[in-house]
Design a protein around this ligand. Sequence first.
Ligand code: PRP
Ligand code: ZN
Ligand code: MG
Length: 220
Amino acid sequence: MSKVQGRLRIAVQKSGRLAERSLDLIRNAGLRVIKGNNDLLYKVENAPVDLLRVRDDDIPTFVADGVCDLGIVGENVLEEARNGGPLAEVVMPLGFGRCTLKIAAPESLPWDGPASLNGLRLATSYPRILGRWLAENGVEAGVITMRGAVEVAPRLKLASAICDLVSTGATLEANGLVPLDTVFESQAVLIRSPQPVEEALESLLENLITRIGGVVASQD
Ligand code: PRP
Ligand code: ZN
Ligand code: MG
């Protein structure tokens, strides 16, 4: 997807836990967002800015590659996408979308700390973050990657435990799972591309970041 000359692009989650708050933040920063004729692209009336509405998992690479200049994404997604070096620069934490990546398992699993996972298999959508945590804790466990429905893995005997995002805890509870340990704490962050923006848009970009910062500060 090539960029339109003369317009900034912000990548936001199309639907999911960050979608609504991301739009609110952009609106509160003074941008009048209007729906375009397709669902993927929202336009801003009062500035040359487009919102690209995509899956959260695609946001880090879009911003890293310069397809989008800014993005709003969970630290969990950003961290999982990072493979070695940094992908995109984190401009600021945004104070919403807080959730925690946790180890959870059926109550019947004996738990005496991370070592209890030795020799077991875990299901997760975050194999890199989990793999690092297991290594840091000296645990040797199998990891099965699932794109979704991770919480059903123990019931299907696909895994003994899971590593998944917990926000209210309702999903764990509904599936008879108890949280056991914290792997990663996350919230939404504003990220910017390492690729330079065209000169005519530089001041708009800086101005926008300043205004977003103002909105976030006022919500503390
Ligand atoms: C996460 C996680 C659980 C749910 C937990 O999914 O996978 O399904 O949130 O939230 P709760 O503790 O409030 O019940 P999410 O919707 O973030 O992303 P996904 O669609 O990529 O699984
Ligand atoms: Zn996702
Ligand atoms: Mg889910």
